[in-house]
Write a protein that binds this ligand. Structure first.
Ligand code: PLP
Length: 365
């Protein structure tokens, strides 16, 4: 663990939290990232002083000087994870230690003072304890947690900020798929790439998303749900989607996913899927896979399934693959058997319905 240091959190309860009846009404149809809990975490950093002033306080706007560094040079990183309600009324997190480690690594890539991993985990728990009523009991729902950190110093020089603010906000979310899992159509961008070697592709930073939005907009324009990025050097190899990693399942039962060469975000769902598939007796290869090969394998029938994965949607089957020249369908365009079986296992572990031999589930309450 990078940093076992932590702080005591001062709890400042909201004086007029959302009433129980209104909260239930909001949580009946939460959508994604539209409604928020009563509180937030804030922790400050200053060079020479370290992290200080850890609080759980009422969620409110953050006053900002117009010269605040993040507004100019985008020094910002974030995380995304979910808290689940257990059948006995408790609350768990899925692999929060992995999010803590990735947040630390992302901050280092962006030349920011990293949040000690222990502090990150304690902050999550402190917020969940105060906002526990906001964790949905609906078996499809969860509380999405968004830790983030930005350069808060007011100055216009190009150098790493000497002050940072670390926050966590939380948002109850419903099922990503209304009315059951259904395959998404994906758009393969031939004009834009997401990350180059030596760049920030492996860091979870807002800037990567800013650069991907035009390609995502192009996907929507062409009737697709998500964009697929190819490598920046040859525009040949499949890397990942805008915010999800990608897997391919072959007729011989083996699985391929692109390797983590520095331009791909190391997804925690990706890593969990690899583990589950291998422990289930499947061969998983982390190797380069070209877009041309994807098309050829889909046409020949060598490719049986393709899916995307990430915290928000867990595992999403891919149906139609389209680019500016045409399209092809993966097998019959329906959710594949291996895809759905991996999904059921992962969701079952996350929600405490299955045993967790990996120690992935972290009990908070
Ligand atoms: C967060 C993210 C993922 C998925 O990571 P998980 O840890 O599985 O949620 C994949 N790609 C990008 C670009 C991401 O930002």
């Amino acid at each position: 663990m990078n940093g076992g240091e932590t702080l005591d959190f001062e709890i400042r309860p909201h004086l007029s939290p959302v009433a129980a009846a209104e909260r239930s009404a909001l949580m009946a149809n939460p959508g994604f990232g539209r409604i928020f809990t009563d509180h937030m975490v804030t922790v400050r950093y200053a060079e020479g002083k370290g992290w200080y002033d850890a609080r759980v306080e009422p969620r409110a706007p953050i006053p900002m000087d117009p010269a605040t560094a993040v507004l100019h040079y985008a020094q910002e990183v974030f995380e995304g994870l979910k808290a689940y309600r257990t059948v006995d009324g408790g609350v768990t997190l899925f692999r929060p230690d992995a999010n803590a480690a990735r947040f630390h690594a992302s901050a280092q890539r962006l030349a920011m003072a990293p949040v000690p991993e222990r502090l990150f985990l304690d902050a999550l728990e402190a917020l969940i304890r105060v906002d526990r009523e906001w964790v949905p009991s609906d078996p499809e729902g969860s509380l999405y947690l968004r830790p983030f950190q930005y350069a808060s110093e007011a100055f216009l020089g190009v150098k790493p900020s000497s002050e940072y603010l670390f926050l966590i906000i939380a948002s109850p979310v419903g099922s990503y798929f209304k009315g059951g899992v259904k395959p998404v159509n994906v758009w393969v961008s031939r004009d834009y790439t997401r990350a180059a070697t030596g760049g920030t592709g492996a860091a979870k930073c807002g800037g990567n998303y800013a650069a991907s939005l035009i390609a995502q907009a192009e996907a929507i324009e062409h009737g697709c749900d998500q964009v697929v990025f190819l490598d920046a050097v040859e525009q040949k190899y499949v890397e990942e989607l805008g915010g999800m990693n990608v897997f391919f399942v072959f007729a011989d039962g083996s699985i391929v996913t692109p390797p983590l060469t520095g331009t791909i975000l190391p997804g925690i769902t990706r890593e969990s899927v690899i583990r589950l598939a291998r422990d289930g007796g499947l061969t998983v290869r982390e190797e380069l896979y070209s877009y041309e090969q994807w098309r050829a394998d889909a046409v020949s029938g060598r490719l049986r399934e393709a899916f995307a994965c990430g915290t928000a949607a867990v595992i999403t089957p891919i149906g139609v693959v389209r680019d500016r020249e045409g399209e092809f369908t993966v097998a019959d365009g329906k959710a594949g058997e291996t895809t759905m079986s991996l999904r059921d296992t992962l969701v079952g572990i996350q929600r405490g319905q299955f045993d967790d031999p990996y120690g992935w589930v972290h009990r908070v309450l």
